[in-house]
Structures are given as C-alpha cells and as structure tokens.
Design a protein around this ligand. Structure first.
Ligand code: PAF
Length: 286
C-alpha cells in the first residue's frame, strides 16, 4: 500500500489506474474493526480502494476532544494494508486548509432533521461537509463508503452530494458491533471494559423499542419514557432518543406508516455514544 501526503501525489497515483473504478473511505484514523469493514465494502465495490486519515479540526467543538483524539498512524496504516487498501492519503492540515481554520471555505448543508447531533454539536456538520468536499475533490472516487453508525452524518453527506451534483455514489455500510452490542466507535477507547458492557444497554434498549413498535404494543411517547428511564438505570444519560423518517430525519407523521429509524445519543461518564436502528417494516406510530 502506498501512502501520500499531498493532493498532487494522490492525483498522480490515482491517474495511473486507467480504467479502474475507485472506492474511497474517509476516516479520522484510530481505526477499529468497524472502519475496516468499510474498507472491505469498498473492496467489494471497486477495483481500487483509497482511504484517508485526517483528524479534521473544523468538525470538533471548542470543548471537544480534538487535541486528545488518538493519533495511531503506524497501526492504522498496517490495518489498512492488511485489508487490501491500495492508497492512503494522510494530509497535513495545511494541505486541506491552506489559510488556516479561522477563515476557510465552508460547505453548509441545511440541517437534515432538526436537532439530534446538530443540537449538541453546533457547526459539526459544517466541518464534516467542508472536509469531505475537499477530500472527494482530491480523490475523485466513483464510490465513497460511509458508516451507518453516524446516521445524521450519512444523510447529510447524501444531501450534499445530491444538491452539489458531486459525481460520486455513496454506499452506506452497516454498523459493526462489539459482542455486547455496543456500536464500534473510536471513542469506545475512552471506556473501561466494565463501561463497554454497560454501554451494550443502549443497543438492547433500541432493539426492545423496535420490537414493541413493530408489535404495536405501546405508543411511542410511552415507550420513549420507559426507555429513557431504563437507560438512566443502566448509568447512561440520554441526550436524545428519537424516532425519525429514515431519509429526511423529520418527526413521524401520525397516520403515515414508514420504516422509521430510531436514533439515540447517551453519555457514559465523559464519553458520548451514538447508535441507531432502522425498523424492519413500516409502522404507523401512535
Ligand atoms: O466519520 C468520520 O470519521 C468523519 O466525520 C469523516 C467523514 C472522516 C470526516 O472527517
């Protein structure tokens, strides 16, 4: 696997693959099995795979963990190579933000769905959209793979690509989970083993809500209250627990059956965890 740090070197390598299709996996490094399943998916989708590793400063809020975000470049490159990645782009900040990050060209996608992660992380999706646009323009992939774990991010990227007419197809890869059910995330590294077990309650709670909604046992508002108190009892402080339209992330319309998506964010100690679950069948929510 080749590693390049500049857009010029990236484009030069890519241009030698005449006629090959290219799939791209953007990451912030500190790779875990979840990221590697995105690389596997990219491998299935195209002849060549490019990954990027860049801890994007513009998507972190002032009180978030940009400075302490784990940088594990050597291990990340080994993992990518072992899964058949052809080329990894590891730009320095100046490569993507040549004039710094106080005033940079932004891409602002109007919020997809009100609230959710956008409420507690103002400016986050502007940072994500701004960096992903730069990365897509640098890589020019046929396909880009995003994890379904960051569901609002995925929908924001889909809207951005559609509205800016970016010539790339997005592929959504399913959530990879720990044996406890905990969705894999770089931030799980902040959790102790005991907390990782505890955090499995989030997925169990989402599955319980899904089953109850599909069976039509309870109204959504009743269920949400029960689920929020279950999460609290397990030591998980809910930030949001929402049922939304799977594409627009708008609130459910009474009388309209849809395969809604359940979305949650909780705090466990100092760590924020997100997860989601798409209902298997359309449900008319009471
Ligand atoms: O999902 C991530 O890891 C990041 O938000 C991304 C897409 C790599 C942009 O920095």
């Amino acid at each position: 696997m080749k590693t390049v740090a500049t857009v010029a070197a990236l484009r030069q390598s890519r241009s030698s693959w005449v006629g090959d299709t290219v799939a791209f996996v953007p990451t912030m490094g500190n790779l875990h099995e979840g990221h590697l399943t995105l690389v596997d998916r990219a491998r299935q989708e195209a002849d060549r795979v490019i990954a990027s590793i860049f801890v994007n400063p513009t998507q972190f809020g002032p009180s978030e963990d940009f400075a302490s975000y784990p940088r594990t470049l050597e291990a990340d490159l080994e993992k990518l190579a072992s899964r058949g990645c052809d080329l990894t782009f590891v730009p320095a900040q100046e490569e993507l933000y040549p004039r710094g990050i106080d005033a940079f060209t932004t891409v602002d996608v109007p919020a997809v769905g009100t609230g959710l992660c956008d409420a507690s992380r103002p400016g986050h999706f502007r940072g994500v959209a701004s960096v992903v646009t730069r990365l897509l323009n640098a890589v020019s992939p046929d396909i880009a793979v995003f994890g379904q774990k960051d569901y609002q991010q995925l929908k924001t990227m889909e809207r951005m690509v559609a509205e800016l007419l970016l010539p790339v197809s997005l592929v959504a890869a399913p959530i990879a989970r720990e044996p406890s059910g905990l969705a894999m995330s770089s931030r799980n590294g902040y959790l102790s083993d005991a907390q990782k077990q505890q955090a499995g309650t989030l997925y169990r709670t989402l599955k319980q809500i899904r089953d109850d909604l599909v069976e039509g046992d309870q109204s959504w508002s009743e269920q949400r209250e029960v689920a929020r108190s279950q999460l609290r009892q397990a030591g998980l402080e809910p930030e949001y627990l929402e049922l939304r339209h799977p594409q627009t992330l708008e609130l459910p319309t009474p009388g309209h059956a849809e395969a809604w998506v359940l979305l949650a964010a909780v705090r466990l100690g100092g760590t924020r965890l997100i997860d989601n679950l798409v209902l298997p069948t359309p449900v008319n929510v009471r």
